[in-house]
Design a protein around this ligand. Structure first.
Ligand code: SF4
Length: 100
């Protein structure tokens, strides 16, 4: 399943920005961790996913969606679930460092 399919299934009203998603031709496995993924492979997979996100024209819309619905897993708007949790916990202190 591709990430655009997953997004379609979860939030129907977001289709306008999904149409421009840079990940629309990527395998969803790049953005969502497999079970029991080791630290090294996870770091490399996340780096590849974030590289896709950073050239995505709808990165702001994607991240806003993920923060609004508190997406529990995966890379959204170039942030991991842990980074999004940090951002939501400390928005003023964490926002700039997470985008660096
Ligand atoms: S920011 Fe990343 S996950 Fe979000 S739509 Fe763009 S490429 Fe996909």
């Amino acid at each position: 399943m591709r990430i655009s399919d997953r997004l379609d299934a979860r939030v129907e009203f977001l289709r306008p920005w999904q149409d421009d998603a840079a990940c629309s031709r990527e395998d969803t496995a790049l953005f969502f961790p497999p079970d029991a993924e080791r630290k090294g492979p996870r770091f490399r997979r996340e780096a590849r996913a974030k590289a896709v996100c950073r050239r995505c024209p709808v990165i702001s819309e994607c991240l806003a969606h993920a923060l609004r619905v508190e997406e529990p897993s995966g890379i959204w708007g170039a942030l991991t679930e842990e980074e999004r949790t940090q951002l939501l916990s400390h928005p003023a202190a964490q926002r700039e460092s997470l985008w660096a």
